[in-house]
Design a protein around this ligand. Structure first.
Ligand SMILES: *Cc1c(COP(=O)(O)O)cnc(C)c1O
Length: 397
């Protein structure tokens, strides 16, 4: 006879038969039990044929990875605890001392900070290229270039680069490396804006797609997660092993939260896209704004590339205030908004706003104005959001 306590712990749990629920269950584990030492040695988590330890995957995380492959058109996916940790994982997995990484001027800010500060400590150098000029990228490729990041669109400045043309520059540079022992240059796209909905990233020929699942796949503004995807088995194995050595993992409950958001994500993407275009178009008629940045607007940078490559756009647009307004006035405009809350991130239910001083964030000249405000459109009605911006503009005088 075992004790009450022990028998409760060893309660013979049998999952309900025929319980084929619509939504997958949450599986939580650090430890996974093996029936023999032989089984312990034989089970393999790397090809996802078996479970060995919580950090190496659970039925819940494997299910999410499979759905993300479906979404982005990739073959192999690895989850990370945030979008940023997915980005740093790619950098750490693919770069070594002596290598150089090229970042676009519109790169997600924390990626740039990681490269400038952390990778520099490990002897990995970087250059910033002009994302709107493939010739500029071509001129910066060197023998030690190993990785090129692409951001489409810039998530504050909203310029849309010609992604396939940037990838073509890298492919051409790689052709001259085929016969030498130099490693090929890899391309990594931050696919958070496109989210697997606006375009299929691997159609562009990129090697790695990184996605902040915190945004659209979650959609609830209540979970942080990221993914790294590729179609190349060997590349995936490198990423997976670095992931494992760094001890990165995601909780089953968080993975299930993202799984719950995924069935509605395309609808949310499309609805937010529609509202965003409506408001961006309306903003072009407001005197206080000298410029509205959204790739669907004909005078927004990269409009042609956007039209060629995308069937949708994310929920972001930015406005540049007339230089007659001071920074304090622009900040007061943001403070007066009621429905738009001051907060980072996007693609959740609630609309958000953040003021930026753009020229200070750029290496290349930014001719489109100084005081920029970025709107992230949520799931509210367009008329209500428009009225909110209008009341705050009216109070500017
Ligand atoms: C939010 C975001 C990230 C980082 O995601 P977190 O989960 O917040 O770390 C990376 N890239 C882009 C473009 C983002 O918008």
């Amino acid at each position: 006879m075992t004790s009450k306590s022990t028998s409760l712990i060893h309660h013979p749990y049998v999952p309900p038969e025929g319980f084929a629920a619509v939504q997958p269950a949450v599986h939580r584990a650090s430890t996974v039990i093996f029936s023999s030492v032989e089984e312990m040695h034989q089970r393999d988590w790397r090809d996802k044929s078996g479970y060995t330890y919580g950090l190496h995957g659970t039925p819940t995380t494997f299910t999410l990875e499979e759905r993300l492959c479906e979404l982005e058109g990739g073959r192999f996916c690895t989850l990370a605890p945030s979008g940023l940790s997915a980005i740093t994982l790619v950098n750490l997995a693919l770069l070594q001392a002596g290598d150089e990484v090229l970042l676009p001027d519109n790169v997600y800010g924390p990626n740039r900070a990681f490269v400038e500060v952390e990778l520099a400590k490990w002897g990995i150098s970087h250059q910033i290229y002009d994302p709107m000029n493939p010739a500029d990228l071509a001129s910066r490729v060197q023998p030690n270039t190993r990785l090129v990041w692409i951001e489409a669109a810039g998530s504050v400045s909203l310029e849309f680069p010609d992604g396939p043309a940037l990838v073509e520059v890298v492919k051409r540079a790689n052709q001259s490396r085929v016969s030498s022992d130099q490693r090929q240059i890899l391309t990594a796209l931050d696919n958070t804006w496109g989210a697997g909905v606006a375009f299929q990233p691997f159609d562009w020929g990129i090697d790695v797609s990184v996605h902040a699942l915190t945004k659209y796949p979650s959609g609830g503004a209540d979970v942080l997660m990221g993914s790294v995807m590729t179609c190349d088995r060997a590349l995936h194995a490198d990423i997976q092993m670095t992931h494992s050595r760094l001890g990165l993992g995601v909780a089953g409950d968080d993975a299930e939260r993202v799984l719950r958001g995924m069935p509605s994500m395309v609808l949310r993407y499309q609805r937010q896209d529609q509202t965003t275009r409506t408001l961006a178009q309306w903003a072009t008629q407001q005197n206080a704004f000298v410029r509205v940045l959204h790739p669907a607007l004909p005078d927004s940078p990269g409009h042609e590339a956007f039209v060629r490559t995308c069937s949708g756009a994310a929920c972001l647009f930015s406005v540049v205030f007339d230089p007659e307004y001071t920074q304090a006035q622009v900040e007061a405009f943001c403070d007066r908004l009621n429905l738009f809350k001051l907060g980072y991130s996007w693609a959740g239910p609630m609309s958000l706003v953040v003021p930026y001083q753009l020229p200070a964030m750029r290496r290349f000249p930014w001719p489109h104005g100084r005081h920029l405000v970025r709107f992230a459109i949520g799931l509210e009605d367009a008329e209500d959001l428009q009225a909110d911006i209008a009341q705050s503009l009216a109070a500017m005088g």
